[in-house]
Design a protein. Structure first.
Length: 476
């Protein structure tokens, strides 16, 4: 019987993707060229090792690498699936993503004029940026819908107050000479640098909040797994002494545990320079004593290893490194808490799109609460007890249904924990005021905590995972 040989190069050349056909540069180099990105496929020969394939997608407008992966072309179906995922990321790269910036001054008149000039400059520079202007009295209501807030210099004394409220985004005071001259180009450069510094400093501020003056002299690979009813997002970030040096993102229609192998092994590839010395993985489910309690669902298939799987030891044996597994919402709660210094009692409620069962990460008096069985915040145990959800099946189909589900989960948290704030990640309920209105049916208005909408849970999961790894090392 003949042995089937899978010729990956020939198979790739036969693919007619939605982004165009694959072109051959040479025997080891192939490309898909679009107006917005360049996808490159490289084959590398390694002595005494199977051939390595590299996928890389580089965005045209800024040169940023938005997808990077190393793997072996075996097994065949896995290699084909990875190619399909690269093509999907290439498609998504072409979708328009705006950076929205809000200007504010006393009445919004002078900043409205400046916003017009900034929009024209952004268009000329081919930046996907839009600028809007409001009065300072409206900035609190609208600010969290934007990526950055700019404060006019004449009300610069209010910058700290605005920043204390809008903690998750940079709030910058426009330099007087830039504002006075309506220098749009200089303002855009100022904003670019301000946004960069804000995000670069987040990890360091978070580490010091939790670990005080302990040094972070580790290289940590932080991985976030975030499923919903549609697909699973896998993001990774390499922290070198707390500084982000590499990152990746993949979207899987169905998540298999083996998908993490590609993420980890790409980071461990010697040709990529700095390698992690420990790994933190944040996933859904109950993680207790290194085992994972996470039944399979439509976007998660863990049948290969089974439930109550000793996941932590499995990864340690495979990679011979310290590996720590955490619940993803617990990591998000600690990440969000560590990035601010106002609240000590927090509930981070995560409701994946379409899921009836959400999860909660809990911070009490500045400490993460996990419980005896690491199941604190597992609301799946109480959702079946709620009334008013008779029309909701195992999946949630409408925003109205999701409002009722989320509100009832929060009622339970408020009853037992009385938090200062509830961080709310729920894509199907974009308006926190609808949740608040539903909460008023069950709680006195004075007992309803502040609700803060979270748009970028993955950022806080990766940050929290890094912090949790450092805590594990501190306690070891």
């Amino acid at each position: 019987m003949s042995t089937h040989h899978f010729d990956y190069r020939s198979w790739i050349m036969e693919q007619n993707t939605p982004c165009g056909r694959v072109s051959r540069v040479d025997d080891n180099h192939f490309e898909i060229v679009t107006a917005y990105a360049l996808a490159q496929i490289q084959f590398y020969q390694v002595e005494n090792e199977p051939e390595i394939i590299e996928f890389r997608i580089e965005r045209v407008k800024d040169g940023e690498v938005v997808f990077f992966l190393h793997f072996h072309a075996d097994p065949e179906e896995h290699s084909k699936a990875l190619f399909a995922e690269m093509v999907e990321v290439l498609k998504e790269t072409g979708k328009h993503h705006e950076t929205r910036i809000l200007l504010c001054c006393t009445a919004g008149l002078t900043t409205s004029y400046f916003a017009m000039g900034l929009n024209e400059a952004a268009h000329a520079l081919k930046l996907d940026w839009t600028f809007e202007a409001v009065s300072v009295s409206d900035v609190y209501a609208r600010g969290m819908q934007f990526d950055c807030v700019l404060v006019a210099p004449q009300i610069g004394f209010q910058q700290k107050k605005i920043a204390d409220v809008l903690k998750d985004i940079p709030v910058l005071t426009i330099p007087a000479q830039v504002f006075g001259a309506y220098d749009a180009g200089a303002c855009i450069t100022f904003v670019q640098e301000g946004i960069k510094q804000f995000h670069a400093s987040l990890e360091e501020r978070a580490r010091r909040h939790i670990l005080h003056h302990s040094d972070n002299d580790h290289v940590i690979l932080s991985i976030a797994v975030l499923p919903d009813v549609r697909r699973t997002l896998i993001r990774s970030r390499l922290y070198d002494h707390g500084r982000v040096t590499d990152s990746s993102e993949a979207i899987k229609p169905v998540f298999y545990l083996d998908d993490l192998f590609d993420v980890i092994e790409t980071s461990l590839c010697p040709s990529e320079g700095i390698k992690p010395e420990m790994i933190g993985i944040a996933i859904p489910g109950i993680i207790h004593d290194g085992t994972m309690d996470l039944p399979s669902s439509n976007s998660i298939d863990l049948t290969k290893y089974g439930n109550h799987f000793a996941i932590e030891q499995f990864f340690r044996d495979r990679y011979h490194l310290p590996v720590y597994i955490f619940n993803n919402v617990n990591a998000a709660a600690l990440g969000w808490y560590s990035a601010q210094d106002t609240y000590q009692n927090i509930v981070f409620h995560s409701q994946p799109y379409g899921w009836k069962m959400g999860g909660e990460g809990i911070i009490v008096n500045g400490r993460l609460l996990s419980g005896k069985n690491s199941s604190a915040g597992e609301v799946k145990y109480i959702v079946p007890l709620f009334s008013g959800l008779d029309d909701v099946g195992s999946s949630v189909c409408t925003p109205d249904q999701m409002v009722r589900v989320v509100a009832r989960d929060i009622v339970g948290a408020v009853t037992y924990l009385d938090p200062q704030v509830v961080c709310l990640r729920s894509d199907m309920t974009p308006y926190p005021e609808e949740i608040r209105k539903e909460l008023e049916k069950f709680l006195p208005e004075s007992h309803i905590p502040q609700l803060i909408k979270i748009e970028n849970m993955d950022e806080f999961v990766m940050l929290g995972t890094m912090i949790l790894c450092l805590l594990q090392q501190t306690e070891a």
